[in-house]
Design a protein. Structure first.
Length: 118
């Protein structure tokens, strides 16, 4: 399974971005993670294979919406009210079940950079 993340860019604090992750095939559960310079990769959001279940990390709860289009094999991450601390490379991942830990995901995209300026 190949994953292609896109949609990153530079945005001012308080703005919004929608990230997309296109999969080469109908995938499993999908997750978004992010990694800021000098920090470990952290969980952002995840959605089940059918889209029935989803979860956002506490750090982005209320500002995060994850959704998926299973017809076109695309998963979206909508981030609102962005803060400078949201600046990171965002990665999408696919795995057998909805999970919040990086080892639970087998496939990873290349990452897309989100920069939030104050």
């Amino acid at each position: 399974v190949q994953l292609q993340a896109s949609g990153g860019g530079m945005v001012q604090a308080g703005g919004s971005l929608r990230l997309s992750c296109a999969a080469s095939a109908r995938t499993l559960a999908m997750g978004w993670f992010r990694q800021a310079p000098g920090k470990e990769r952290e969980f952002v959001a995840a959605i089940s294979r059918t889209g029935e279940y989803s979860v956002c990390a506490d750090s982005v709860k209320g500002r995060c919406t994850i959704s998926r289009d299973n017809v076109n094999n695309i998963v979206y991450l909508q981030m609102n009210s962005l803060k400078p601390e949201d600046t990171a490379v965002y990665y999408c991942a696919a795995g057998p079940r909805l999970a919040t830990n990086t080892p639970d995901y087998e496939y990873w995209g290349q990452g897309t950079l989100v920069t939030v300026s104050s």
